[in-house]
Design a protein around this ligand. Structure first.
Ligand SMILES: [Zn+2]
Length: 82
């Protein structure tokens, strides 16, 4: 979803195994559109940040993750102010 990693099973790599993440950190929004599959590294890095704030973080810069490289659903969230 974010970094485009190939997911590994938790046994192979805890960091690169998939995890579910709420794009918008609002537990009341439990739609399919607000839940993204991303690796644990991204999920842990993003934490409670908004998507646009997270894209400015060192984690994203080091990995070349930008608004242009994330999945369309994420770009949509950014355009809605997240
Ligand atoms: Zn990732």
């Amino acid at each position: 979803m974010y970094c485009g990693t190939d997911f590994l099973s938790p046994k192979e790599s805890a960091k690169l195994s998939p995890s579910w993440e709420h794009i918008i950190n609002d537990a009341s929004i439990i739609t399919r559109e607000n839940i993204a599959l991303c690796c644990r590294g991204c999920n842990a890095s993003k934490g409670q940040k908004s998507v646009s704030a997270w894209l400015c973080s060192k984690y994203c810069q080091e990995r070349g993750i930008t608004e242009a490289t994330v999945a369309p659903i994420i770009q949509q969230a950014i355009s809605m102010g997240q």
